[in-house]
Design a protein around this ligand. Structure first.
Ligand code: UDX
Ligand code: UDX
Length: 493
């Protein structure tokens, strides 16, 4: 196929508007490898906003693709408010989900890589560095299968200089095709992904500062510029773009760890962490966002990206910088431990045989994603002390909950056996069932529906004293105390 870059280079074209018109005329095709929490929503929105561009999302996981193609939109593999509507509009119009990676690579002008990059669980950098095996696999596949020149876009969060590795792999394996590698990190947050994609604070596109690189940057810019004001699309060099993503997540996580550290002090002194957050957040230099104290941050990005940053700093012999950021993770671990310890101590230092209801398993509300959720840590600490757990989450499946626990138990030092999990943990479909005859309730995710429950009925059906541990501070403490609950909330005496 006639290629945009070819044409622009051949004609020494420097007129971006013309490139755009040309790209439209050429009916650009995009594919994305990885139909996950990032690839799925991002590509769906691109397809919705650019009806003339054919967008194909491919994944090696057949079940996932089958679910993306399910007639019943409630069966999409990802729960994300607004996503089903977008998929409904674009699917089979110009948005396609497939397992045929080779064809998608071949026919696309732009290939996004959005596969997962977990923290390495083996070898050099174990527990710290990102495992890039899937990204590398994608690069090799592209090099092998591509016919024609392509723009490759890193969407996965990657350590700085990964683009360089991708480029090297492409260069040494390609059959004479030319590739431009761009970094276009994703800043969407789960639960608000669609809004974040419609109306982002900024889009970042990093690429080589060569004529070919700049044209590739501009080609991608033109896609986003269909619905995002141009001044919000920032163009940088590749490494700035890669490092900006890690830095943004590190700063956000640092704010949470900072306010969580103050929550511990509040509980000792009688100050209220919400009042402090409001008081400092009104200072326009500080700002009010990401100051909500909690049982600890989770999600697929924060911990992984900070560990990545720490690894990078150590690699470049900057131990002080590494330790500075590592402290954000340590504080988060402390917060999760503190919460579990508080439950055990309050229940008279023994929870063996006691029933504790956990409300919420997802790492935040409005998502079914449980990666690094504080709930997993708290639950494992409680069952380690032989409590019986009754879990309710509006969107997370029992299968997922058991698999999260099996993973954490297999990777920690405990005398618990995998069989114990099914004996000690019961997953319920209704909240009232989960909270029946329990000694205590812990709120671990801030789902809105928790606020609407009939707490009097729940109290009546619990063992007394009836304890509530609100790890998200979403319930009305005064009303609960009036009913008769013993209430513990993060960051309040
Ligand atoms: C993304 C980013 O890629 C990650 O770097 C970031 O930190 C978090 O968000 P996410 O979309 O959340 O990951 O991951 P996931 O939901 O696990 O989706 C990745 C998909 O890629 C999976 O469906 C997996 O099957 C697929 N995959 C993985 C491939 O298709 N090919 C592979 O070789 C590896
Ligand atoms: C984050 C970044 O926000 C996003 O820009 C990036 O692309 C991916 O990582 P995500 O992990 O999806 O997004 O959700 P986020 O809203 O950032 O929440 C992360 C965790 O922090 C959740 O567990 C949340 O409950 C917690 N959190 C967030 C707090 O405890 N307090 C806050 O004030 C905000």
């Amino acid at each position: 196929m006639f290629n945009v870059i070819d044409y622009a280079i051949a004609t020494e074209l420097n007129n971006y508007e013309l490139i755009n018109t040309l790209a439209n005329y050429l009916q650009m095709k995009i594919c994305c490898i990885g139909a996950g929490y990032v690839g799925g929503p991002t590509m769906s929105v691109i397809a919705e906003k650019c009806p003339d561009i054919e967008v194909t999302i491919v994944d090696i996981n057949e079940k996932r693709i089958k679910d993306w193609n399910d007639e019943d939109l409630n069966k999409l593999p990802i729960y994300e408010p607004g996503l089903a509507e977008v998929v409904k509009k674009a699917r089979n119009r110009n948005l396609f989900f497939s397992t045929d990676v080779a064809t998608a690579i071949n026919k696309s002008d732009i290939i996004f890589i959005s596969v997962n990059t977990p923290t390495k669980s083996y070898g050099v950098g174990k527990g710290m560095a990102a495992d890039l095996k899937y990204v590398e696999l994608c690069a090799r596949q592209i090099a092998e299968l591509a016919e024609g020149d392509k723009i490759i876009v890193e969407k996965s969060t990657l350590p700085v200089r990964t683009a360089e590795s991708i480029k090297t792999i492409l260069k040494h394996n390609s059959k004479g095709n030319r590739f431009q590698v761009l970094s276009n990190p994703e800043f969407l947050a789960e639960g608000t992904a669609i809004d974040d994609l419609y109306n982002p604070d900024r889009v970042l596109i990093g690429g080589d500062q060569t004529p070919e690189g700049l044209i590739a940057i501009e080609t991608l810019t033109q896609i986003y510029a269909r619905w995002i004001p141009r001044e919000r699309i920032l163009q940088t060099n590749v490494w700035s773009s890669e490092l900006s993503k890690l830095t943004a997540n590190a700063f956000l996580a640092q704010r949470i760890s900072s306010i969580n550290s103050i929550s511990a002090l509040c509980e000792q002194t009688g100050a209220n962490v919400n009042e402090i957050a409001r008081a400092i957040g009104t200072d326009s230099r500080i700002g009010s966002k990401f100051l909500k104290s909690s049982v600890g941050f989770g999600g697929s990005c924060f911990q992984k990206d900070i560990l990545n940053l720490v690894y990078l700093c150590n690699h470049f012999n900057l131990p002080e910088v590494a330790e500075y950021w590592n402290q954000v993770i340590k504080m988060n671990d402390y917060q999760k431990q503190r919460f579990a310890k508080r439950i055990i101590e309050t229940l008279f230092n023994t929870i063996s045989g006691k029933k504790i209801a956990l409300l919420g398993w997802a790492f935040k509300k409005d998502t079914n994603d449980t990666r690094e959720s504080a709930a997993i840590f708290v639950a494992s600490a409680l069952i380690n002390d032989r409590a019986e757990i009754q879990v309710y989450d509006p969107k997370v499946s029992a299968e997922q909950i058991y698999s999260d626990l099996e993973y954490i138990i297999s990777n920690s030092e405990t005398d618990l056996k995998l069989d114990d999990i099914r004996t000690l943990v019961h997953v319920h479909n209704t909240p009232y069932e989960a909270m029946k005859n329990v000694h205590a309730i812990a709120i671990l995710t801030e789902w809105d529906e928790f606020k609407t429950y009939n707490w009097q009925t729940i109290y009546d059906n619990m063992l007394k004293p009836a304890f509530i541990f609100d790890g998200r501070d979403i319930l009305d403490n005064t009303a609960l105390r009036t009913i008769g609950f013993e209430v513990y909330t993060i960051g309040k005496e």
